[in-house]
Design a protein around this ligand. Structure first.
Ligand SMILES: C[S@@+](CC[C@H](N)C(=O)[O-])C[C@H]1O[C@@H](n2cnc3c(N)ncnc32)[C@H](O)[C@@H]1O
Length: 289
């Protein structure tokens, strides 16, 4: 396991994933009944943007860095998009000093803990021992949280369905190993078999090696009734040139999400665009009845 998210935190892929995640949380919170957030690949929870690791790649500067000016002020979108970004922006503001340049970016656990309610439950799974240690320190004392140092595939099987019968499951692997795309889709299948009414998000990279197409094809073949694919390319896809974009397979997305993403996606694409290959797409792989 070489992958460390600290090198990539706040990049364009994180931005898309976390904005979508916050919209899902917001819709789940509309009902009083508590829910479970199961983060199968949690990372450490919070990242320094000026630390040695982030400075090596500077990926965040073409990600969250495009949403704030050098003084840390939000660079606004049109009002209807800004409203949709508000929960994401609020959490970023809560981990940064007002009037100062952006210095920290939350990971998925960081976004969840700031935004979820006292009654909601958060299950964070992280296999890397060092990142697990940092995560444990980050969540220390928060009674909503259980953390687990194990394989994501086992966590998904072990903890679903949740007793609350409401939940959101994030599957966000690093795709370091050859079999990881298939394992990721299997996790979605196993999770959905246990908890067919849960909301799921499976993240994937677009790298020019066919991985993105494979994940989408295999996910679609699961024939789950409500499956949406949101994909954002920030540049032309070239083999062996790294991350050109990313996507999310969303199962049982809360109903307003597709409309919201139809509005937000083109604006995000414009903001994060690196060359003429930038594209936004939103497709139902299996449409609701
Ligand atoms: C893309 S990062 C997660 C980022 C995080 N979800 C966020 O949005 O802030 C993937 C994480 O999965 C962890 N990981 C890798 N293989 C794993 C496995 N088999 N089970 C659980 N975690 C794993 C890595 O150590 C890494 O922290």
């Amino acid at each position: 396991m070489n992958y460390r998210h600290v090198y990539h935190a706040g990049n364009h892929a994180d931005v898309l994933k976390h904005i979508v995640m916050m919209r899902v949380f917001l819709h789940l919170k509309k009902k009083d009944k508590p829910f479970l957030f199961l983060d199968a690949h949690a990372g450490t929870g919070l990242y320094a943007l000026w630390g040695d690791e982030a400075l090596k790649t500077l990926e965040w500067q073409d990600g969250v860095g495009r949403f704030y000016d050098p003084a840390g002020r939000a660079i606004p979108f049109a009002a209807e998009c800004e409203t949709l970004l508000e929960p994401w922006r609020q959490v970023i503001a809560s981990v940064n000093e007002s009037g100062q340049p952006l210095s920290r970016y939350p990971g998925s656990p960081g976004f969840a803990l700031q935004f979820l309610r006292k009654s909601d439950r958060v299950l964070l799974n992280e296999l890397h021992p060092e990142d697990h240690g940092k995560l444990a320190a980050f969540v220390s004392g928060d009674k909503r949280v259980t953390i687990n140092e194990g394989d994501a595939a086992i966590a998904v099987k072990a903890h679903l369905p949740p007793p609350e019968r409401r939940g959101f499951i994030l599957i966000d692997p690093p795709y370091e190993l050859d079999d990881e795309p298939r394992r990721a889709v299997q996790m979605l299948r196993d999770g959905h078999r246990r908890f067919a009414t849960g909301a799921f998000a499976l993240w994937y990279p677009v790298t020019g090696d066919g991985l993105a197409r494979l994940v989408a094809k295999e996910a679609q073949a699961l024939a789950m009734p409500k499956m949406l694919k949101a994909e954002l390319l920030v540049r032309e896809v070239i083999v062996d040139r790294g991350l050109a974009g990313s996507g999310l397979i969303l199962v049982n997305p809360p109903w307003p999400l597709a409309d919201e993403l139809n509005m937000l996606g083109p604006a995000l694409c414009k903001r994060l665009r690196q060359d003429d290959g930038a594209r936004w797409s939103l497709d139902w792989l299996n449409a609701p009845d």
